[in-house]
Design a protein around this ligand. Structure first.
Ligand code: PHE
Length: 348
């Protein structure tokens, strides 16, 4: 075997040569493994020191130690330099400009919500409260308490989504409410008279869907019960609402209509002026809502004395009103979730 001094200087040359050739972090890892790790020849030199004679150890020991220090320093310097470089590369690659603004899609209120909001503003400014009730309703609140007889066609399987029915007629039977009128009952039962509420809400009818009908739509109920209330109050209230909503005077007319929970019952038509597809101005009477004076039976069912109190009630289609206000011709568009349709209502 060659003398140790020669082996050490050969090792030193090889190590420095390898170091000079190394470029990448990977190269330097290999360099470490070969020349500095426990498995390296250097480590063997160190381990072999104890077998040397004292004289030899004094001569060659410092040589090996300083070689080790030198190689370690070279390696550590280079390694941190390369790590820094890798880090910089990563930083550049991962750079994200958090101040840059993306093209944003703005959300918007649904046209039905827009009209609902406006209606609520108008009625609260007239002293009405906005009330709410369950969409799954008892047969009693939806029909019986509203003086709607068992034989009434509205109860037919055709029109009503029944949730649960017993064999016997029972007040526990439940339906998807077919109108917001059920909330009249809930409110009067809870608070008695006087009452002044509107009830915007979703209702359900078991109907075939077409351009103007959907199985679900929104209504707004109105109810005012107090002393000395007459049809004149109803007329004034409706007229105020419409002129506020459309920002102009709207002509209305009353026709007799039948709803079991009002007496007399009315249909309210409005004179609707609009621009047609050809750009021509047109106008016609449109059926707008059902209304009337609250039937004494309904007041009595809710514990209110009809000899002391009277009231008016009305109910109109909020969905239909939104269609009128925005000139939407197909009801199905409203719940289509089509973005280009909804975007038209985005506020800027
Ligand atoms: N509930 C009736 C409907 O859905 C509307 C209405 C409400 C009529 C209040 C009169 C009074 O058609």
């Amino acid at each position: 075997m060659k003398p140790l001094v020669n082996r050490v200087s050969e090792f030193s040359r090889k190590a420095k040569g390898a170091f000079d050739k190394a470029r990448t972090l990977e190269d330097f890892k290999n360099f470490y493994a070969e020349f500095l790790s426990k498995k390296s020849e250097l480590n063997e030199f160190l381990k072999g020191m104890k077998d040397l004679s004292e004289g030899e150890r004094k001569k060659i020991g410092p040589l090996i130690q300083s070689l080790r220090t030198e190689l370690t320093e070279l390696f550590e310097q280079k390694q941190s330099q390369l790590e820094q470089q890798e880090m910089n590369k990563k930083l550049v690659a991962d750079w994200l400009d958090i101040t840059k603004r993306r093209e944003q899609w703005k959300g918007s209120l649904h046209p039905v919500s827009l009209v609902q909001k406006r209606i609520e503003e108008i009625f609260t400014s007239m002293g009405f409260e906005v009330a709410d009730g369950p969409e799954v309703e008892t047969e009693w609140h939806n029909f019986d308490a509203l003086n709607i007889p068992d034989s009434h066609p509205a109860r037919d399987m055709q029109d009503t989504f029944w949730i649960s029915t017993g064999h016997e007629k029972s007040h526990q039977n439940t339906v998807l409410r077919t109108h917001t009128s059920s909330v009249q009952i809930r409110k009067m039962m809870a608070d008695g008279a006087p009452v002044r509420i509107i009830v915007p809400g979703r209702v359900y009818r078991n109907e075939a869907v077409d351009m103007t009908h959907d199985a679900t739509f929104y209504q707004v109920e109105g109810l005012l019960v107090d002393k000395g209330i007459s049809l004149a109050h109803l007329k004034g209230t409706v007229q105020t609402m419409l002129s506020e909503l459309f920002q102009k005077d709207i002509k209305i007319r009353f026709r007799p209509g039948y709803f079991p929970f009002v007496e007399p019952g009315l249909e309210v038509d409005i004179w609707f002026e609009f621009t047609d597809k050809e750009g021509k101005s047109r106008a016609m009477w449109l059926e707008f809502m059902g209304a009337g004076m609250v039937h004494p039976n309904v007041l009595r069912n809710c514990g209110i004395d009809p000899s002391k109190y009277s009231g008016f009630a009305f109910g109109f289609g909020l969905t239909r009103l939104a269609m009128m206000k925005y000139g939407i011709e197909d009801i199905r568009l409203l719940f289509s979730q089509k973005k280009d349709f909804l975007n038209q209502f985005a506020c800027s």
